[in-house]
Ligand binder design. Structure first.
Ligand code: ATP
Length: 300
């Protein structure tokens, strides 16, 4: 009965769906424990534990699963500045030396503010999307230029340097963790690595709930629509694809209630709301599966 609290029960009364994020409760709990909790405590409390904040988190997993969503949410909950979002390929600059410069500039503002204000500085967040495009295993590119290697080295140096800065959190994201230079994942760098996987059925149900919230609020979701059924029919869908499904269903509903008249004018009953029904969702399932190349087999 007196089992110590663990990850699973940190937020017993909190619905992560209220933040618009479905199926990632467990991941959120880990992030909370490793990246949040110490940053919310008074600095003196943290000092007494002899620890420093985790400064790098790597979120990895398939596209469209909510990595960006969760990274932005962390920033909001920690009252961070508007995050600097950089895309791996963007950083690589064809002018030698400029890529390293780009990396240094990312950290500059936070460094300056920490020098001036210390622990009173706001939190600066750097979100690195497509990390794998730049931070491949050093020496693995084979282009012989070594430009990419220098960029990796620069980021390593910067991340080691922020050890003394309490005001930076770097969030890296990738679909290909296996490609990333392992030196980046050592303790003190991207120390915490969290897999953001495709949602299971329960997660898909939550995500469907989120993406149909407006429809339900406005009574524009027909009673024939069963979200449990749709959750079971969307195996292997990412959160982004579920969002696409709802948008597609809505487009079928609009189509159903619209006609193009003889003179090429669009006719519809402006007094009536468009209501999305089960058939619309089934058309959308066909539509989205064709677009994303999901095969029948995947859905079994
Ligand atoms: P990428 O690797 O392609 O950058 P990502 O994992 O960062 O993808 P997001 O950009 O966070 O994916 O997701 C895109 C959109 O898909 C979100 O804005 C949201 O509408 C929807 N989405 C994805 N995952 C979820 C989720 N877990 N819950 C609710 N909505 C989601």
């Amino acid at each position: 009965a007196n089992k110590p609290r663990s990850n699973a029960i940190i937020a017993p009364n909190f619905n992560f769906q209220d933040l618009g994020i479905g199926g990632l409760d467990e991941q959120f709990n880990i992030i909370f424990r490793r990246a949040f909790a110490s940053r919310i405590m008074p600095p003196s409390t943290v000092e007494k534990l002899g620890i420093t904040h985790v400064k790098g988190i790597l979120l990895f997993g398939p596209p469209g699963t909510g990595k960006t969503l969760i990274a932005r949410q962390i920033g909001k909950m920690l009252n961070a500045r508007e995050p600097k979002i950089v895309n791996g390929p963007e950083i690589l600059n064809k002018f030698v030396g400029a890529s390293e410069e780009n990396i240094r500039n990312l950290f500059k503002e936070a460094e300056t503010e920490f020098k001036e204000k210390g622990d009173d500085s706001g939190l600066h967040m750097i979100i690195f999307d497509e990390l794998d495009a730049v931070f491949k295993q050093r020496g693995s590119r084979g282009d012989g230029t070594g430009v990419g290697d220098n960029v990796v080295n620069q980021l390593l140096a910067k991340m080691d340097g922020v050890d003394q800065l309490n005001n930076i959190l770097v969030i890296g994201m990738t679909n290909r963790k296996d490609l990333i230079d392992s030196a980046l994942m050592r303790p003190g760098r991207f120390e915490v690595q969290i897999e953001i996987s495709l949602p299971d059925e329960k997660g898909r149900r939550q995500i469907l709930g989120i993406h149909t919230a407006k429809l339900r609020e406005n009574n524009t979701l027909d009673k024939t629509v069963n979200l449990d059924e749709l959750a079971s029919l969307t195996k292997n869908f990412s959160g982004a694809e579920i969002g696409g499904l709802v948008r597609s269903a809505a487009s079928f509903a609009i189509n159903r209630t619209t006609r193009i008249g003889k003179k090429g004018n669009v006719e519809f009953d402006a007094k009536k709301d468009v209501v999305v029904n089960r058939d619309d969702f089934f058309h959308a399932l066909d539509d989205v599966q064709a677009a994303f190349g999901v095969s029948e087999e995947d859905l079994e």
